[in-house]
Design a binder for this molecule. Structure first.
Ligand code: GLN
Length: 491
């Protein structure tokens, strides 16, 4: 795997297309060729080749006739297969949606397309976003670019691998409990979860509506910020969306790290964290410190309960959101069922995978009248406490920092028979999701040859500040890593 990307920054690609230096058609062909060349990694469920090439041709014609196509002129990208997109099926990697053609496109996709971006393929995921390894895809498992015997992380594993293997300059994922951040950490790219509501969820297949967000994955924070600037803002089709900042999210001058107060979350640096991960995170915090940031320890005692809260609230919402897949309106339907009840049962029994069923059952249980107070209500109470703790700590520090996951990428099959073990991989990402704050993962070197990602978080709606700080952090950390590497080569 080469470390040099063949894609320049998203801004440069768009400028080159607009100025006629390269055509959108050439770029789409290049992306499709790389997808084909790297198909052994199984990052992609399907391409949208015909539509992508048609759009590229239109864009090239518009440019030839003198029009300005937009900020993302001709930039190819890949969307996780839980985004409604024209040009191929939308399956969410679940058998129950096989054969489903989107009747409209997600707002995020529409906004990217309106600036000239071109979706070339749909990325693999854990079905419906349930998981952290892509092993819960009903179709196949995506492979880690650094070691094909390991998982790429998930659920947006296909999107992360597509970026790391240079198929496209950026990819869309979703992040309900870490699904864009954890694969970025496991596969080695930047992953971003916005403030809840900053980017519209309209046309994205719902997992858990109170924590679902749209994730962006790319090689650099600058690229992420550039794309986020296009997608952010209120959408009449999603009533939970919030106003965007009036200023651009684009990172123009990398912020200075000097004087920024960064709270290192104690609960994320203690027991259960792989020593290699801890070392890489400590080394990257040292870089921030050298650049003038103030690093202080902080404690969020209720974080101890965050995983428990997440795995009550999220399945509850999943059980409600998945009830629409009943084999009647769209997706898989058992053709042999001879009455409505049998049709419901057999379509769902065949169409849903084991993890979706587990979550539907857990969710229905915690919402049932006898257990609602003991589980769902209590979980929401603890969630409120967690929000209060985060708010209080974020009054005192500018950013929070810690690892993204307790380990690096694990082996394919290692956790598949033990759902609890699999859920533990989410312990450091679900906090930001329950609280609704933005979180950004930047590469922070490697542990035993596998990527580690530094997770940075801040207050709700402070996404601009997080992205500009993150860009500066990424550049300082990567400089330090490459200078260390060259010193090692010299000695
Ligand atoms: N791994 C977490 C889960 O399984 C997060 C998933 C997500 O963010 N979509 O729920």
């Amino acid at each position: 795997m080469s470390t040099e990307s063949k894609w320049p920054s998203v801004a440069i690609i768009a400028a080159d297309v607009q100025s006629g230096k390269i055509t959108a058609t050439e770029l789409v062909k290049q992306a499709l060729q790389t997808i084909e060349d790297k198909k052994e990694y199984q990052a992609v469920i399907a391409t949208t080749a015909d539509r992508a090439l048609e759009r590229a041709k239109e864009i090239d014609e518009q440019i030839a006739s003198g029009s300005n196509v937009g900020k993302l002129a001709g930039v190819p990208f890949i969307a996780k297969d839980n985004f409604l997109v024209f040009g191929s099926e939308t399956t969410a990697a679940s058998n129950i949606l096989k054969g489903f053609d989107a009747p409209y496109q997600s707002t995020a996709i529409e906004k990217l397309e309106s600036e000239g971006a071109i979706c070339v393929a749909k990325a693999n995921l854990d079905a419906f976003g349930h998981g952290g390894s892509t092993e819960n895809s009903d179709f196949f498992t995506t492979k880690n670019p650094h070691d094909t015997e390991r998982v790429p992380g998930g659920s947006s594993g296909g999107s992360a691998v597509a970026v790391v293997l240079d198929m496209v300059p950026f990819a869309l994922g979703t992040d309900t409990g870490g699904s864009s951040r954890q694969p970025a950490s496991f596969s080695g790219c930047v992953g971003y979860k916005p403030t809840y509501g900053l980017i519209s969820r309209s046309g994205v297949i719902a997992m858990a509506s109170s924590t679902d967000t749209i994730g962006t994955l790319a090689r650099t924070v600058e690229d992420v910020a550039y794309v986020v600037d296009v997608m952010a803002g209120r959408d009449p089709l999603d009533s939970t969306t919030i106003d965007r900042d009036e200023q651009s999210y684009q990172v123009s001058n990398a912020a200075s790290l000097k004087g920024k107060k960064v709270g290192v979350i104690k609960e994320y640096m203690g027991e259960g964290v792989d020593p290699g991960v801890k070392q890489a995170i400590e080394a990257s915090l040292e870089v921030l410190k050298k650049a003038g940031a103030e690093i202080v320890p902080v404690s969020l005692p209720s974080l101890e309960y965050s995983l428990g809260v997440y795995y009550i609230v999220v399945p509850a919402e999943i059980s409600s959101n998945l009830s629409r897949y009943d084999g009647q309106r769209y997706g898989y339907s058992d053709a042999d069922a001879n009455n409505l009840d049998t049709s419901y049962t057999s379509s769902r029994t065949t169409g849903f995978g084991a993890e979706a069923k587990r979550r539907i059952m857990t969710g229905a249980y915690v919402l049932s009248s006898g257990y609602y107070d003991a589980y769902y209500n209590k979980a929401q109470t603890v969630r409120t406490k967690l929000i209060q703790e985060f708010n209080a700590v974020l009054e005192d520090v500018d950013f929070l920092a810690g690892p993204t996951a307790p380990t690096t990428a694990f082996k394919i099959g290692q956790n598949t028979n033990d759902p609890l073990q699999m859920y533990l991989a989410d312990v450091m990402t679900v906090g930001a999701s329950l609280v609704g704050i933005p979180a950004l993962v930047v590469p922070a070197g490697k542990a035993a040859g596998l990527p580690v990602g530094l997770q940075l978080m801040t207050k709700q709606k402070a996404d601009r500040m997080l992205l500009s700080f993150g860009a500066a952090a990424q550049s300082a950390i990567s400089k330090e890593i490459s200078s260390k590497q060259s010193k090692e080569i010299e000695t």
